[in-house]
Unconditional design. Sequence first.
Length: 333
Amino acid sequence: MGKIFYILLLLAFFSGSVFSQDATGWPHKNAAGQTVRHLIIMNHMNTSFTFQMSGYANRMMNPGDSFVVEHADGYTGARCSGYYPGTPNMGSLSLAEWTMGNHDDWYDVSLVDGYNLPVRMFPVTGTFTTTTTPYMCDTVGCTRDLLPNCPPELQMKNAQGTLVQCLSACAKFHADSFCCAGYYNVPQTCHATSYSKLFKDACPWAYSYAYDDNASLDQCTYSGAIGPDYVIEFGYFNDKGSSVAWKPSVTISSIGSDAMTNVKGKVLKYSVTGTHSSRVWLGLYSCSGQLIAQSEVTGSSGTMSLAAVTKGAYVAVLKSGREFLAQRTVAVK
């Protein structure tokens, strides 16, 4: 369509306001006043899979689906993954993992058990103030298709004979030398193998074995009251970086009723500038992940009705079919 827009997205609620903001200017508060962060999960593939994450119920993600997870600050030791229904042996192999601490986040994508789905993870620019070098707070993941080059001895197929997994040598053979176990449970004796190098060569920004290099683990150190929100994308991309070529900033403001005299009920108002090559959608999600409202952005400004929206905190996500563009936490009072 080539008519979508750049630089500024203005979101405002009729007779509404935002919760008190942290040092970065982002309102990381839910309706109960608790400090929270958000994970934006997106399926960019043309196939469906079951998504699972520590502490949450599994859910089916169809092509183009996205949802938002709210979690408490300091949600540590968590991981998420996906698997195709009816997958044999091990359901989930490609894992996104993170530990969110006090002014420090650590996160990675692990192929230590093997590969089944392409996935990457990166912090949302603007949701935090970083104190790290430019090489930190980066993207980690594996977004190439490793299945075509999977050695026959590592292949796992479903009941229909379709290749759906490439196991690691550890998951397949259970040998200490492949699993960095026993005598090999230290960096001095556990080294890359010809099998792990297959994964590493294809996806250098993901863990291929337990003592892989530092490029596989990213650190994001931040100042202010709370750290970044994150995007976790399942899909195939040509590079490790975020797919965002067009990245507007997003701000939240209060607009009085006098500025909206021709609009009845609660509405979300937006205005944008610039260009983009594909269709762009603005979605409003509850913090439980439910899509509350959605509207295609087709002009320089528009509104989306929020007549059925109740008091609480929500997440507005701007995306195209294959791109996360921007995100903002908003609140209705």
